[in-house]
Design a protein around this ligand. Structure first.
Ligand code: P6P
Length: 335
């Protein structure tokens, strides 16, 4: 039984031996993400003072250039990971191509690559709604000591060694897995320490919440339309409740605690959906499966999809296992 109120640092040390690659590097990597999370959290929480600190592109009252928070978060995660000299490469939603780190240094023995969505749902910032950061970690497949390659990033989600998110909500939480379950840590901002608040997080097998942008309903495939109508029917344990925040991390986090399903399907407007496979869908799918939930594109397990490009999009259905399987049933029957 995991003792609550354990700090994230204590948790990482205690669980390092259980991680099959016990070099300690992954622990240092999670620690660097912890630091970046605190730095970004501080800035995200200030964003409400836009009229004082200035909107993006302006200069604030100190005459400093006010950065868009996406840009700021991206820079802080990259800077923190670089400074700790732990990874050999980084890919980010905010960067067209991957970033190679110390690639000319033959002594660079770093063997991890990190893929990030530094600030997901950032359009919610201006309306004071919660947003998140998402990370996905792999071991490189190219030889250590050589420049990192695109293949190091185009790995299937089932090769991830760790994944997680930070949700900047009513409280700031870091939720992650290294393949041995999912644990949630809540930041005490007064002392800047994350404490284990949600040990062994699991999706309820069933739920009564569905999260989808119903404004796109007429553009959805028939199977998705049929599933949404199923959620709304007066029958058995339905109608379900519709909850859609417009922030993947926030909808996922609520659904994992209460039970529910999140859907971002393809549509006649977006043939592959909107969410990115490598740094949104794969890490959330790893967390979902580790929390006894499920994640697919409607037909194929997300973590089995062979990536073809860094920023590719896939349809995404994720959450309580029985709800995802019901949605997949409607998708199959509509074929
Ligand atoms: P829409 C945010 O931009 C995001 O990537 C997810 O966090 C969120 O669930 C989704 O897109 C919202 O997209 O098209 O419904 O506004």
């Amino acid at each position: 039984m995991l003792r609550k109120n354990k700090t994230l640092g204590e948790f990482i040390i205690e669980n390092q031996t259980s991680f099959k690659y016990t070099s300690g590097e992954l622990s240092r990597l999670i620690n660097s993400i912890r630091l970046a999370a605190k730095v970004v959290n501080h800035e995200v929480n200030k964003a409400g003072l836009v009229d004082i600190i200035g909107a993006a592109g302006d200069t604030n009252i100190q005459g400093e250039d006010q950065q868009k928070l996406d840009v700021y978060a991206n820079e802080k995660f990259i800077q923190t990971l670089k400074n700790r000299n732990i990874v050999c490469g980084i890919a980010s939603e905010e960067e067209d191509s991957f970033i190679s780190i110390n690639s000319q240094d033959k002594n660079n023995q770093n063997k991890y690559v990190v893929l990030i969505d530094p600030l997901d749902g950032s359009s919610n910032i201006d309306v004071n709604v919660s947003v998140g950061s998402i990370f996905s970690i792999y071991r490189r497949v190219s030889p250590v000591g050589t420049p990192v390659t695109l293949e190091d990033f185009l790995q299937k989600g089932n090769q991830q060694v760790a994944a997680g998110y930070i949700v900047y909500g009513t409280s700031t939480m870091l939720v992650y897995t290294t393949g041995d379950g999912v644990n949630g840590f809540t930041l005490n901002p007064a002392i800047g320490t994350f404490y284990l608040s949600h040990p062994n997080m699991e999706f309820p097998q069933d739920g009564h919440i569905y999260s989808v942008n119903e404004g796109n309903y007429i553009h959805f495939p028939k199977g998705i339309k049929d599933y949404i109508k199923y959620c709304q029917m007066e029958e058995e344990d339905r109608p379900y409740t519709s909850r859609y925040i417009g922030s993947l991390v926030s909808d996922f986090h609520r659904n994992m605690i209460k039970g529910g399903i999140y859907l971002y399907p393809k549509s006649s407007k977006t043939s592959d959906g909107k969410l990115r496979l490598l740094y949104e869908c794969n890490p959330m799918a790893f967390l979902a499966e580790q929390a006894k939930g499920k994640a697919s594109d409607g037909f194929t397990r997300i973590m089995d999809i062979e990536p073809t490009e860094l920023h590719q999009r896939v349809p995404f259905i994720c959450g309580s296992k029985n709800m995802v399987e019901k949605a997949e049933e409607f998708m199959r029957n509509a074929q």
